[in-house]
Design a protein around this ligand. Structure first.
Ligand code: HEM
Length: 189
């Protein structure tokens, strides 16, 4: 950690705050097909600050918690926590995430900004099983029965609106399945 210099959150600066949205849709695997679940969620981001690695890399990190509930009955559908991390020198965006199924992902990528200042930013990160840089780690059970093969995430922020599209490719029930999630959220004031 390094608290002496002011953190540069770069494209992550707009994330900080609490967001809610009820336009979520999940497509999840079932043994005999798939299930679509409309959902609502709270996504909270908090500044961590600067992190220094090997006295040479300076990162800025934002911690997040995502709680997703099924619209039909309020039941917990998904819980996730992690960090978004910005490496200004390498112009790299990273997302580390963990879910309570015993699956962890470290995804990496970049951002693109709309041409007009303040018009928004798009964060794009990816990970692939076996990739030495941006990979997936999972328990032996998940490896055998519900393996995560890849993960891709595109998140857009424009003022007080946030939207994302996430695709997690799974190997489950003897087939490959694209587990998809998207939602639109508003910043809580
Ligand atoms: C908004 C995001 C997400 C939602 C709402 C969601 C929801 C779900 C649901 C409803 C299932 C079906 C099984 C069940 O009913 O418990 C499922 C399965 C699964 N999800 Fe997600 N998920 C999300 C994101 C992710 C991410 C990011 C990963 C991993 C990187 C992941 C990995 C898995 C795996 C491995 C399964 C298969 C386990 C099973 O079906 O028994 N999910 N998810």
């Amino acid at each position: 950690m390094n608290e002496t210099t002011e953190p540069d959150f770069g494209p992550l600066a707009g994330l900080i705050g609490t967001w809610t949205g009820d336009k979520g849709l999940d497509l999840a695997p079932e043994p005999d097909g798939s299930e679509q679940s409309p959902y609502y969620e709270t996504l909270s981001f908090e500044a961590v600050g600067n992190v220094e690695n090997a006295e040479s890399q300076l990162l800025a990190a934002v911690r997040y918690v995502q709680v997703v509930r099924r619209k039909s009955n309020g039941e917990l559908l998904h819980d996730q926590t992690g960090y978004w991390i910005w490496d200004a020198a390498a112009q790299t965006v990273m997302q580390s995430l963990t879910i309570p199924r015993a699956v962890c992902v470290l995804a990496g990528g970049a951002y693109s900004a709309a041409p007009t200042p303040g018009a928004g930013v798009c964060l794009q990160v990816k990970a692939k099983l076996g990739d030495p840089d941006w990979g997936v780690v999972q328990s032996p059970f998940m490896w055998d029965k519900a393996r995560t093969l890849s993960f891709s995430h595109e998140l857009r922020i424009e003022d007080d609106k946030l939207s994302y599209v996430e695709t997690t490719r799974l190997e489950i029930y003897g087939r490959s399945f694209e587990h998809k999630d998207h939602n639109e959220l508003s910043r809580q004031r």
